[in-house]
Each structure stands twice: as structure tokens, then as C-alpha cells.
Design a protein around this ligand. Structure first.
Ligand code: GLP
Length: 237
């Protein structure tokens, strides 16, 4: 595990952006696993601007979303499809068909494999240590499947789900096993609410009760964090 400490949130975001941008520049026919969540909003804002300025041709890139709610209409602002169209696909004027989302009953892992596998996976982390929507209790071998959302997750995502007649309790998420097959993984953690999950990541390995710890065994895994997300002992380094 490589740990990158950003000077502040903006510094951590810029580091993540640079890594993604350099990857896209070097590999124009790549497959990217894309994450959503509030952490990634500034990443997409900076990344899309940088791509437009450099006039990068991304017409051969495929984007696979990590997860999606079950029961939220595709075009609703709370859906991850809406988020990714708004923050990534439309600003770059990319084809909607280059974006893939997991659906109930879709053979998502096969689709990823057919595309050549994920080269770079972006990740955030939940306050309870979830990655994608692999909540505590998710095993190392899990594949893309329908999952039940944890009460802690629903609580933290409450604001993003407002305006829905019914709050979703399920999602479809890439599995831990699916994520671990990505060639490179970049996890961005910003803010104090993520410190406990990052503390677990630093201390433990392969714990089902905190799925982010499974990433430690991946040989191309980079954690990018700002000071509030890092446990005390890492702030001195
Ligand atoms: C969400 C998503 C994750 C995301 C995490 C953190 O619900 N399923 O992909 O990384 O929870 O979200 P946020 O960045 O809003 O804290």
C-alpha cells in the first residue's frame, strides 16, 4: 500500500486528478472504474477541466460505475447514472454508451472482462469502511451482485437521497473480488468522518467487518488522504 498525504483536501484531490489524468494520457484505450459520492465531486470538476484544456481524446475509453441504487429511476438526480453523466460524461461530451452501470441481473463482471478488465479503479470509502456498496460482512471473493445497504450508509447518504418517494435499501455493487481484479486502485479519503475507516485500513488486513482492509493486499493500491482523514500517527510523517 502506498500512502499519499495531501496537504489539505484540495491537495489530495489534485494528486488523485493528476494520477488519473496521466493514466488517460498514456493509455487512450483504457477501462476506468468510476466512483461516485461527495468526495469525488471536486475530482471530476478538476479532472474534466484538465482534460478539456489538454484536449485529450477519450473516445476509446470505457467507464464502468462501481455501483448503483436499486429502485431509483435512472434519470433521477439521486441515481449514480445521473451523477456520472452530470459530472463526467456530459462535461467531456463523451458518448453515453461509453458509460456502463451495474443492473440487477446484468452480467457485469463478464462485461468488464470482455472490455479487457479495469485498468484503473477510483474508490472512495464509506464511514463504515465500505468500498462500492460492499458493506461490512462482504467477503473477499464477492462479485457484482445485489446488496442490502447498511443503516450507517443510508444515514450518511440521506441528503443525496432526498426527494425520492421511497429511500432505496438495496443497490447493485461490484464485489470486493471484482474490485481487487483492477490493475491499479486509487482510493481517496477526505474529511474527519473517514478517519476511523482509514485507521482500520492501516491496522488490519482482510477484515470482512471493514471491507476497505481487503485493498491492502493489492500490489498497486494507493491511498490518498487529507490530514483530517488520517489517524494521528500518520500526521507526523
Ligand atoms: C457511497 C458510494 C461509494 C462512496 C462512499 C463514500 O455511498 N457507494 O462509492 O465511495 O459511499 O461517499 P462520500 O464520498 O459521499 O463520502
Amino acid at each position: 500500500m502506498r500512502i499519499v498525504k495531501g496537504q489539505d483536501q484540495a491537495g489530495a484531490v489534485s494528486f488523485m486528478v493528476d494520477m488519473i489524468f496521466n493514466h488517460l494520457k498514456e493509455y487512450p484505450r483504457t477501462v476506468i472504474g468510476v466512483a461516485t459520492g461527495n468526495t469525488m465531486v471536486p475530482v471530476y470538476a478538476e479532472l474534466t477541466q484538465k482534460i478539456l484544456e489538454a484536449n485529450l481524446d477519450l473516445s476509446q475509453v470505457k467507464w464502468f460505475a462501481l455501483d448503483e441504487y436499486v429502485g431509483v429511476p435512472q434519470d433521477h438526480p439521486s441515481s449514480f447514472r445521473f451523477y456520472l453523466l452530470k459530472n463526467l460524461i456530459r462535461p467531456l461530451k463523451l458518448k453515453e454508451s461509453s458509460l456502463f452501470l451495474p443492473e440487477v441481473g446484468s452480467y457485469y463482471d463478464e462485461m468488464i472482462q470482455r472490455a479487457g478488465g479495469i485498468d484503473l479503479q477510483m474508490l472512495g470509502v464509506g464511514v463504515n469502511g465500505h468500498i462500492g456498496f460492499n458493506e461490512p460482512g462482504s467477503g473477499r471473493q464477492t462479485r457484482t451482485r445485489k446488496v442490502k445497504l447498511d443503516t450507517k450508509t443510508l444515514e450518511s447518504n440521506r441528503l443525496d437521497l432526498k426527494g425520492l418517494p421511497e429511500i432505496p435499501t438495496e443497490a447493485v455493487s461490484m464485489g470486493v473480488g471484482t474490485i481487487l481484479e483492477a490493475k491499479k486502485i486509487l482510493l481517496l479519503a477526505t474529511g474527519h468522518s473517514k478517519r476511523e475507516a482509514i485507521h482500520h485500513l492501516m491496522r488490519f488486513e482482510d477484515r470482512e467487518d471493514c471491507p476497505v482492509t481487503f485493498l491492502k493486499s493489492h500490489n498497486q493500491f494507493t491511498l490518498i488522504a487529507d490530514p483530517p482523514a488520517l489517524p494521528e500517527e500518520y500526521l507526523k510523517i
